[in-house]
Design a protein around this ligand. Structure first.
Ligand code: DSN
Length: 416
């Protein structure tokens, strides 16, 4: 276990905040679909001497001396990542998923180019040219929604929009889409209109690595992702691309977008990629999906509406529009019980983004902790009842829920 003695002696305030956060993680049920618990090996790499080193450039081509060891680390991270996804080229320097996306835009777009991406309400991400992003001021953004009846991606409609707006780049991948995405179909659409294709697989990268979701790598010109969600590594980003784009992607990341790479984080990424190449990781991802499916099934059995009526991946999206409560109310209410989740827009949501009509739940973190289907059923029962109570939980029920959460957390201890 990590030893915080030095920190405790040096800065008690920060030590105490970290200690309390460890206690919070131990005693709450983490169901934010984009969160996970990284291994202590990854944490040790992140907390290492590598943080002291400047290393602008790339292995064997740096602007600073003394890079021999960080070169070893970054080369291993790149090699392991290419092996994991069968990719031609990898860049492991982006500090985040948004910056990985930004680097792709820098590499392949000019000011004013047309870009087609999934709308925020349909499950897309802010960094996919949403109106709130800086990129939407630089590029000319067009959006596709999910089908208004099924809430599934409508590939024919995307082709229709693409034929009209003739985008230079099509973006797919989502933060709140519970179904499998057909990247081959996106490639066909891109080819029909002469567009490049970027897939942001941040949410599903771990499932792809385990062979449980179609890989975008054979189909996309660029694949971006974060390393901390289903991948279970350190907080950060990465890019995969075809060889022909390697040089442009590398120079977009550095020097055009970022300065010095965070080699201590890159070391954590390398450890994460090694872990992801194991059989244990595949088994873990299978359980993530099993847990998500039982979560979806039991919520539906309890009368809760789910966007698309279920899930193919690690997340479910609750549609609360018939229940008389908002996503914000439900998220806060569950937080008080010790179940951590996030409010989320549902397709065609008309409420404010800080309120929303949905709740997003995910199983990566609880599965890392060891939760199995019968445990998920208990969580689902609590969430359903809270919805039926419209967040006005009777006192005895509140006590009962807290006890169940406590028992589950004790059953699957996280950090000692
Ligand atoms: N903020 C992440 C999520 O929660 O999905 C996406 O970047």
């Amino acid at each position: 276990m990590l030893n915080f003695d030095e920190l405790k002696a040096e800065d008690l305030d920060i030590y105490n905040a970290i200690k309390k956060e460890k206690e919070r993680q131990n005693s709450c049920i983490e169901m934010i679909a984009s969160e996970n618990f990284t291994s202590l090996a990854v944490m040790e790499a992140m907390g290492s001497f590598l943080t002291n080193k400047y290393a602008e450039g790339y292995p064997n081509n740096r602007y600073y001396c003394g890079c021999v060891n960080v070169d070893t680390v970054e080369d291993l991270a790149r090699q392991r990542l290419c092996k994991l996804f069968g990719a031609e080229h990898a860049n492991v320097q982006p500090h985040s998923g948004s910056q990985a996306n930004e680097a792709v835009y820098i590499a392949c777009l000019e000011k004013g180019d047309n870009v087609l991406s999934m709308s925020l309400n349909s499950g897309g991400h802010i960094s996919h040219m949403s109106k709130a992003s800086a990129q939407s001021r630089i590029y000319n953004s067009f959006y596709y929604d999910v089908d208004p009846e099924t809430y599934l991606i409508d590939y024919d409609n995307i082709l229709k929009i693409a034929m009209e707006c003739k985008p230079k780049l099509i973006i797919t991948g989502a933060s709140a889409y519970p179904r499998a995405i057909d990247f081959k179909k996106f490639r066909e659409i891109a080819d029909k209109v002469g567009a490049l294709l970027m897939v942001d697989m941040a949410h599903i990268a771990g499932l792809v690595a385990a062979g449980l979701h179609q890989s975008p790598v054979p189909y996309a010109d660029f694949v971006t992702f974060t390393t901390h969600k289903t991948m279970r590594g350190p907080r950060g980003g990465a890019i995969l691309c075809k060889k022909e784009w390697a040089q442009k992607i590398d120079s977009a990341v550095f020097p055009r977008m970022q300065g010095g790479p965070l080699e201590h984080i890159i070391a954590g990424k390398a450890v994460c990629f090694k872990e992801a190449l194991t059989e244990e990781f595949k088994e873990y991802q299978k359980q993530v999906i099993k847990n998500a499916k039982i979560l979806a099934d039991s919520l539906i059995e309890n009368g809760i509406n789910l966007v698309t009526g279920g899930t193919d991946n690690h997340l479910v999206l609750l549609d609360l529009r018939k229940d008389g409560i908002t996503g914000a109310e439900l998220a806060d209410c569950l937080d008080n019980i010790g179940i951590t989740a996030n409010k989320n827009a549902v397709p065609f949501d008309t409420t404010n983004k800080s309120v929303t009509s949905g709740l997003r739940l995910g199983t990566p973190a609880i599965t890392t902790r060891g939760f199995l289907q019968e445990d998920v059923r208990q969580i689902s029962k609590i969430i359903s009842e809270v919805i039926h109570f419209k967040c006005k939980i009777p006192e005895e029920k509140f006590t009962e829920y807290k006890q169940i959460v406590n028992n589950l957390c004790l059953k699957y201890p996280l950090y000692s």
